[in-house]
Design a protein around this ligand. Structure first.
Ligand SMILES: Nc1ncnc2c1ncn2[C@@H]1O[C@H](COP(=O)(O)OP(=O)(O)OP(=O)(O)O)[C@@H](O)[C@H]1O
Length: 259
């Protein structure tokens, strides 16, 4: 365990220690430790049900952990939630919170709810709609958006207050390749300017190309974490991931599934 001084090191955007969550008998997250350097593009990968969403929900103050702590730039997520959340942008898995707003309204209210000046919000909304290629859908209800459009409007809402840390659960899922490339370019610029991004994804190639750090989790535990090259150790991330995870899930195929 790090000393308190190290936990509030400004070079660490996110520090997670001994984070755990159980749902009934199911241990979803089993004592996770992670340190995410400021200015890193951090990938979070693991098989279905590994505990990624549960971890990200606890990191962002959406789900109370059973045990453990999370610091964002030194602010304890559960002791100083106001300070921690002020510097955080979040895209959660699943539906947006206010689907009966239009896209433009959703981004606007995200800014206003964060206490932003109305004029600054009004300036940023068209910029965000443009980069997300949602200008034509600005006045349409989010409930009527496609899956990819919903993802993009959620991302825009997470970015409006220009946070220090972005935690994005599957941000590119269902997003078309042109939008995906544009969003990645924006996130790369954001990281180059000192921002920190954490994304979860099942697309290993995208994570390997986009992220400079990665953590692999399975069954609620971290199997490996650190700079991408250290974790992949000369292999592709996909091969490394499969080699790490398949040993945990060794099993038979379907003996009856053939013609
Ligand atoms: N609210 C809940 N109630 C009960 N069990 C839950 C709940 N949320 C998650 N779980 C369980 O916890 C485990 C971890 O789920 P989680 O959604 O964090 O995984 P994940 O890595 O995000 O998976 P995926 O890649 O499939 O989205 C799973 O076994 C899941 O069934």
């Amino acid at each position: 365990m790090l000393e308190k001084a190290a936990l509030v090191d400004p070079h660490h955007a996110v520090v997670i220690r001994a984070l755990g969550k159980q749902f009934g008998e199911k241990v979803a997250v089993n004592g996770i430790d992670l340190t995410i350097p400021a200015g890193s593009f951090y990938g979070f990968v693991g098989p279905n049900g590994a505990g990624k969403t549960t971890t990200m929900s606890m990191m962002t103050g959406l789900l109370r952990p059973d045990h453990g702590q999370v610091w964002l730039h030194g602010f304890d997520m559960w002791q100083a939630p106001h300070d921690a959340k002020a510097i955080l942008g979040v895209l959660v898995d699943g539906a947006v919170v206010f689907p009966r707003l239009t896209g433009a309204q959703l981004i606007t209210y995200s800014g206003l709810l964060r206490g932003m000046d109305a004029e600054v919000v009004a300036e940023r909304v068209p910029d965000l709609l443009r980069v997300m290629d949602l200008e034509d859908a600005a006045n349409k209800m989010v409930a009527d958006y496609s899956a990819g459009m919903t993802k993009k409007i959620g991302l825009a809402a997470a970015m409006i207050h220009s946070p220090h840390v972005l935690v994005l659960d599957e941000p590119f899922e269902a997003v078309d390749p042109v939008s995906s490339a544009r969003i990645r370019a924006i996130l790369n610029d954001y990281v180059a300017s000192g921002g920190t991004v954490m994304i979860s994804s099942h697309v290993m190639d995208l994570v390997e190309r986009t992220c400079d750090h990665v953590a692999v989790i399975d069954r609620g535990e971290v199997l490996a974490s650190g700079p991408m090259a250290d974790v992949t150790a000369g292999m592709s991330l996909e091969d490394r991931f499969v080699s790490m995870v398949s040993t945990e899930h060794a099993g038979e195929g379907l003996s009856w599934f053939h013609t």
